[in-house]
Design a protein around this ligand. Structure first.
Ligand code: SF4
Length: 205
């Protein structure tokens, strides 16, 4: 499936893309979703966060990262002065996998053109992958998030930065040195520094 008109990356307007997602039945997840979750945030943000897929709260509301993990993400961003409404947040798949299972490869394959179209229209300077699934999927890596997090990758000319998913942090409360929370604190500060370097003189988050 391609969402681009005759290869022109910028051919689809944002609103049309949203409608395509709302009406999409390109994979089996359409039969169990309540709402599609297109994404939320600033269309001029230099940074886009990509999670795995909607959970139960997101499926109900049609908004990404609104549950406990979403609230933690908001606090993590605020800790380095980034307001959530100033970034764009989305997922690899736009419909909730039943029982919050990991999306299957064919589902991610079917949905990735939407993410690619979003990124082509948003043209961010940085993509942050939250958790194992988006990091491994976009980087086509066999390494897990523990090995990938905190490292900068070049992905289609964009700086890509994997971090732990906030739901993983909710399951790992320790703040000891080397703990997921401690490493995330290092990562969010590295992200802030990179953002400052890249946006000097331009729009900032
Ligand atoms: Fe379409 Fe993506 Fe939803 Fe599958 S997950 S039905 S490809 S919008």
């Amino acid at each position: 499936m391609s969402v681009f008109a005759s290869g022109a990356d910028s051919g689809l307007a944002w609103e049309e893309l949203k409608k395509r997602v709302e009406n999409c039945s390109s994979c089996g997840l359409c039969s169990t979703r309540k709402k599609t979750v297109f994404g939320q945030g600033s269309a001029t943000s230099p940074i886009v966060f990509v999670g795995e897929g909607p959970g139960a709260d997101e499926d109900e509301q049609g908004i990404p990262f609104v549950g406990r993990a979403g609230k933690l993400l908001t606090r993590i961003l605020q800790s380095v002065g980034i307001e959530r409404e100033n970034v764009f947040i989305t997922n690899v798949v736009k419909c909730r996998p039943p029982q919050n299972r990991t999306p299957m490869a064919d589902e991610m394959m079917a949905c990735t053109p939407f993410l690619e179209a979003q990124l082509a229209l948003l043209r961010p300077k940085i993509v942050v992958c939250l958790g194992n699934t988006p990091a491994k999927w976009l980087l086509k890596s066999s390494e897990g998030i523990s090995a990938l997090r905190g490292r900068w990758f070049s992905w289609r000319g964009i700086d890509l930065f994997p971090m732990f998913h906030p739901s993983y942090l909710l399951r790992n409360e320790s703040k000891k040195k080397g703990s997921p929370k401690d490493l995330t604190w290092q990562d969010i500060n590295a992200l802030r520094s990179k953002l400052d370097d890249l946006t000097k003189g331009g729009p900032s988050a």
